[in-house]
Design a binder for this molecule. Structure first.
Ligand code: NOJ
Length: 556
């Protein structure tokens, strides 16, 4: 392992090996006091990522484009502009300049699978079967008519967000397809004019200095040319999961399409992309990943906090990606339960979980597993999901949830960033668009910054260490048998540098015989605790409850 070369392939920009921080702009910081976070608010807080804060390589902004907001920005009505709710065009250019001045890259979230139904392309397309936009969306004739004279949908496709996938438009006497909301019509990527318009838009953002893109549900862009019905599966827990998505996802010509996109991004050196895989198959993530065009897989994000589950997911990833493909590493995002909540509620039933302790151990995992690490805003202070009363839910599919359509209300993980113990957690001087977490008085950046044992202090130590550790940034990874079923251990190696990571998944002390699993002498460098545990003279590492530690070799 120690002799392994760096695996950063030639040409991959260094920041691929770093940490990317996801900002949900509406919830990060509100500068103008209207209750909604904005671009100037992000600029106000860029020092959060400076020497006194979190050393990260890039920020990824969830969509910033004009949008009616039905899917809170993932329903875009103009991909080339900034939503006035979030700021002016000049604010965006200032955000890029100010970020770059601090050495931070800026990644935009591109939503190219669909638009809003208020996008001018769709408004024109819906009005007529003639004209330049007539074929910009997936329009189809009915497959027939029922006894009451109602049109039957063209095939059996459904919406991921609940309900039918086809919407009838009397003006065209045709249906259009939408994987998501009725207000998010699917673009027709088989129309070359759609592709050309998208690439123009991409070039426009690159020209404004954007460093990379996160691609929303990218493997859904292309559909079967004949729009055949999907095979029906037995047993799934929702209409979507009762279909085998053979004809609406992962079409054989998708790899060519995505390479055309990547070629445009690569026209400007040092850029990078991240595909959001709309599938649970890790093998697909590995298949689509190439060099600095990386792809999310969900195996770790969907694992409960047990050593067995994490070991299985890590092994699956390592086997599937192999040494030549580069994975991503994320335990939360704007669609999922926050990691402190999810992981602490997923531990074995016979234990009372210490949420902050688990949040710290999860941070060690995120920064020490091979792959580009992602950090969702608020995780660095251990923010948790917030109970949102039904009348305040702003996530449309959550309102349709029921026994045949289980849905996690995403409002719960999108509450305002907790900056201070002042009004509205220092997020806004106005009325926040979504409620602030009740624990904001104790759990906020200002307070945690003064506490050396806080989640925030732990993140800072881990990130500062990671910056200096080539083995964590780009080293290969090899899992070891720790000898304890509740403790995971793995090696990261790059050049002459080797690091040993040991993570306990239990709230009690454990002793690991490091001498027998990783020969040589090792010393704890950083971890969940201010003073990481270290290996004693007998080669034993005594871990405290929920402790995770990164050790460095101190001799042969
Ligand atoms: C995936 C995004 O992460 C999610 O937030 C969004 O609702 C859907 N794509 C539709 O754009």
């Amino acid at each position: 392992m120690t002799d392994q070369p760096s695996i950063s392939p030639g040409g991959a920009p260094d920041w691929r090996d770093g940490v990317i921080y996801q900002v949900y702009p509406r919830s990060f910081a509100d500068h103008d006091g209207n209750g909604v976070g904005d671009l100037s608010g992000i600029i106000d807080h860029l020092d959060h990522f400076g020497p006194e804060g979190l050393p990260i390589e890039a920020i990824w902004l969830s969509p910033i484009y004009p949008s009616p907001g039905r899917d809170l920005g993932y329903d875009v009505s103009d991909h080339t502009k900034v939503d006035p709710l979030l700021g002016a065009e000049a604010d965006f250019d200032r955000l890029v300049a100010e970020s770059h001045r601090r050495g931070i890259k800026v990644i935009l979230d591109l939503v190219m699978n669909h638009t809003s139904d208020e996008h001018p392309w769709f408004v024109a397309s819906r009005a007529s079967r003639e004209g330049p936009y007539a074929d910009f969306y997936l329009w189809r004739d009915p497959s027939g008519w029922d006894d009451e004279g109602q049109p039957r949908p063209p095939n059996n496709w459904v919406s991921f967000f609940g309900g039918p996938g086809w919407e009838w438009v009397p003006a065209r006497r045709q249906f259009y397809y939408h994987t998501f909301l009725v207000g998010q019509p699917e673009l027709n990527w088989r129309n070359p004019a759609v592709e050309a318009a998208q690439w123009d838009m991409v070039r426009g953002w690159l020209a404004r200095g954007v460093d990379g893109f996160r691609l929303d549900v990218f493997n859904a862009f292309l559909k079967d040319p004949e729009l055949r019905s999907n095979p029906v599966l037995e047993g799934g827990n929702s209409p979507w999961n009762r279909l085998d998505h053979r004809y609406d996802l992962d079409q054989p010509d998708f790899p060519d399409l995505i390479e055309r996109f990547r070629a445009i991004v690569d026209e400007q050196p040092g850029r990078m992309t991240i595909g959001e895989l709309f599938s649970r198959e890790t093998a697909l993530a590995a298949k689509y990943a190439r060099d600095h065009h990386i792809v999310f897989d969900w195996s770790l994000m969907e694992s409960p906090w047990t050593a067995t589950a994490f070991a299985a997911a890590m092994d699956l990833r390592e086997e599937t990606f192999g040494p030549d493909r580069w994975p991503t590493m994320a335990l939360s995002n704007h669609d999922r339960e926050r990691q402190a909540t999810r992981l602490s509620t997923s531990v074995a039933r016979d234990r009372e979980p210490d949420r902050d302790a688990i949040a710290k151990a999860a941070a060690v995992v995120v920064f020490a597993v091979r792959g580009t690490a992602f950090l969702y805003y608020g995780e660095e202070i251990g923010m948790v999901d917030v109970d949102i009363p039904r009348e305040e839910i702003v996530d449309p599919p959550a309102l349709l949830a029921g026994p045949d359509f289980p849905w996690y209300d995403r409002s719960r993980c999108r509450t305002p960033m907790q900056w201070t113990d002042g009004p509205h957690a220092g997020f806004t001087t106005g009325r926040p668009w979504i409620r602030v977490a009740p624990d904001a008085h104790e759990r906020n950046v200002a307070r945690e910054a003064t506490d050396p044992d806080s989640v925030f202090a732990t993140y800072r130590r881990l990130l500062a260490f990671r910056r200096t550790a080539g083995a964590l940034q780009r080293g290969l990874m090899r899992r070891l048998d720790s000898g304890d079923p509740d403790v995971l251990a793995w090696l990261r190696g790059s050049g002459d540098e080797a690091l040993l990571v040991v993570v306990s998944f239990v709230g009690e002390e454990r002793a690991i015989d490091v001498g027998s699993i990783a020969p040589g002498s090792w010393a704890g460098r950083v971890g969940t605790h201010r003073q990481p545990s270290t290996v004693d003279a007998g080669g034993v590492l005594r871990l405290r409850p929920d402790e995770a530690v990164i050790l460095a070799r101190t001799g042969a």
